[in-house]
Design a protein around this ligand. Structure first.
Ligand code: RAT
Ligand code: ZN
Length: 451
C-alpha cells in the first residue's frame, strides 16, 4: 500500500508529522544509496509529504464549537448537503415542494434510499459520504444508516471536532462569517469565543450583492445608511466594516459574485466595493476574497442547490489588481472556462492569489486539469484547494480526495524536472507541499507560520 493509501485509511497524527519532518535531512534525500530518486521514490516522497504535512483549509462553512448548532455535523447533515439534494432530485420524481416540509431525518432517509440503496453512490458527493463512514469504520452498505446515526449521536461535539480535523490532516479551517445573518450575528455581538483552529472571515455578499434587501439590517445595527448608498452611507459602511473587523478579527473579507460581475461599476455594489470595502481592506491589511461566477437561483425550487455557473469576464479582476496594487485579492472562479485566464492574470499581478477548485470545479477530473495548469504556469505560487465543507466530517473525504488527486500530478512534475536534469530532494518536495497547502495561505492571511 502507498503512503497516501495509508493516510486515507488511518487517522492522521500530528505527532507522526513532527517526527517525520525532524528526521528529514535538508538537501539530502536523493535515494537511500545517494543515487537520484527513481520515479517510484519520487512518488513515495510526494505521498509522504502530502500525508504528513498538516494543511490549512482556506475556505469552509464550518463553525467553531462556541457557535453551537450553527456548526453542522453527523450523518443526517452529511446526507442533506445541498450537493446531494440536487442529485436526489435527478433520481427522484418527488417535487421539491413535497421534500422541503419533511424533517431532517426524513430527508436524510429519503436521500439514503434514493442515492445509496436504489442507486450506486458513484458521484463525487455521494462517494464522499461512503468515504466518511469508512473512515470511522462504520458499515457502508444498504443498511448502514441506523448504525451511522447511533455512532454520531454518541459523539461529544468538541472531542469529535478535534478528531475529525486530525483525521482530515488539517491544522485549521477558515470559517465564513456573515455579520448580517440573523442567526450568526448574535453570537458575535455577545462576544464569540475565538478558537485557534477556526479563523473568521467577514463575508460581504449581503452588502455588495443584495444591498437593497439588507441596508435596513445595517441601519438596525446603528449605521446611518440608505437604500441608494448615498450621502454618508459609504463612510458608515466603512465604520460598519471596521467595527466588525474588531469584533471578528477576520483573516480576510470575502464575497461570492455573479458571472456578470464588472469592475468598475456604477451600481450600488460597485460603489461600495470601490469606496468602502477595498479601502477598508487596504487600511486593515486584509486580503479580499472574490469568488466569481455563480448564477444564483437558476432553479429556486432547489433552494441552496439551485445555483449554477456562468463564465465571467475577468477584466473585472484585471482592473482591480491593477488599480489597487496595495490590495491583495484571493480569487477562485467557478467556471472551467475562466481557469486559464485566472492563471494568466496571476502571472501579471502578484497581488492576486488563485485558490481552490470551487464547488462544481471540485471533481477529480477537473481538479486534475486545473492543478496541472496552475503548476505549469505558477509553480508553487497558488493555493490548490479548499474544502468548502458545510458539514464537519466532509473535510475527511474532501481532503483525502485532494491528496489522492494531487499526488500523481506533483509526482509527474518532479519526474519531468528530474528528466530535465535537476536532482530532486525530499526537502524540495516538503518545502513545496508546505508552501502550496499551508504557508501560501498563512502568509496571505497574516497568520503566524508554524514554528
Ligand atoms: O459550495 C458551496 O457550498 C456553495 O453553496 C457556496 O456556499 C459557495 O461555496 C460560497 O461560499 O458561496
Ligand atoms: Zn463556500
Amino acid at each position: 500500500m502507498t503512503a497516501l493509501g495509508t493516510f486515507v485509511q488511518v487517522p492522521w497524527s500530528a505527532r507522526t508529522v513532527t517526527t517525520d519532518l525532524a528526521k528529514s535531512t535538508p538537501h539530502s534525500a536523493l535515494s537511500a544509496n545517494g543515487a537520484p530518486m527513481t520515479a517510484s521514490q519520487i512518488s513515495l516522497e510526494v505521498e509522504q509529504a502530502l500525508s504528513s504535512i498538516p494543511f490549512v483549509d482556506i475556505h469552509t462553512h464550518l463553525f467553531a464549537p462556541s457557535f453551537g448548532n450553527l456548526g453542522l455535523w453527523g450523518i443526517d447533515e452529511l446526507l442533506t448537503y445541498h450537493y446531494l439534494e440536487a442529485e436526489f432530485f435527478r433520481h427522484s420524481a418527488m417535487a421539491p415542494e413535497n421534500y422541503w416540509p419533511l424533517s431532517k431525518i426524513e430527508k436524510a432517509e429519503l436521500i439514503w434510499r434514493t442515492l445509496f440503496v436504489e442507486n450506486t453512490p458513484i458521484s463525487e458527493a455521494t462517494r464522499g459520504v461512503i468515504a466518511v463512514l469508512n473512515a470511522f469504520q462504520l458499515p457502508t452498505g444498504h443498511s448502514a444508516l441506523p448504525e451511522a446515526r447511533a455512532f454520531f449521536q454518541k459523539q461529544d461535539r468538541e472531542t469529535h471536532i478535534q478528531r475529525v480535523l486530525q483525521m482530515a490532516g488539517i491544522s485549521s479551517v477558515v470559517m465564513t462569517n456573515d455579520p448580517l445573518d440573523p442567526e450568526e450575528s448574535p453570537h458575535w455581538m455577545k462576544g464569540a469565543a475565538s478558537h485557534k483552529q477556526f479563523h473568521a472571515v467577514l463575508r460581504l455578499d449581503r452588502i455588495l450583492c443584495t444591498w437593497h434587501d439588507h441596508w435596513q439590517a445595517v441601519v438596525a445595527q446603528g449605521y446611518a445608511v440608505d437604500p441608494h448608498a448615498s450621502g454618508k452611507s459609504v463612510s458608515e459602511v466603512r465604520r460598519f466594516l471596521a467595527d466588525w473587523c474588531k469584533r471578528m478579527q477576520p483573516v480576510y473579507m470575502a464575497c461570492s459574485l455573479p458571472d456578470t460581475f464588472e469592475f468598475p461599476s456604477d451600481n450600488v455594489g460597485g460603489r461600495l466595493l470601490q469606496e468602502a470595502v477595498v479601502p477598508a481592506c487596504r487600511e486593515l491589511g486584509l486580503p479580499l476574497s472574490l469568488m466569481i461566477g455563480v448564477r444564483k437561483q437558476v432553479n429556486p425550487r432547489l433552494r441552496l442547490g439551485g445555483d449554477a455557473v456562468g463564465r465571467a469576464d475577468l477584466r473585472c479582476l484585471e482592473n482591480l489588481c491593477r488599480d489597487f496594487p496595495c490590495n491583495r485579492f484571493l480569487v477562485s472562479v467557478l467556471s472551467r472556462e475562466n481557469q486559464h485566464e485566472l492563471c494568466v492574470l496571476a502571472r501579471k499581478f502578484n497581488n492576486l492569489m488563485p485558490f481552490g477548485c470551487w464547488w462544481f470545479m471540485n471533481n477529480p477530473s477537473i481538479v486534475e486539469e486545473i492543478a496541472r495548469e496552475r503548476i505549469e504556469m505558477l509553480g508553487t505560487s497558488f493555493i490548490p484547494q479548499h474544502s468548502d465543507a458545510r458539514v464537519l466530517e466532509q473535510v475527511i473525504y474532501k481532503w483525502a480526495n485532494t491528496r489522492r488527486t494531487l499526488a500523481p500530478i506533483l509526482s509527474a512534475s518532479y519526474r519531468l524536472l528530474s528528466e530535465d536534469g535537476r536532482t530532486i530532494t525530499r526537502s524540495d518536495i516538503q518545502r513545496d507541499v508546505t508552501r502550496l497547502f499551508r504557508s501560501n495561505a498563512e502568509t496571505w492571511m497574516n497568520l503566524q507560520p508554524r514554528s
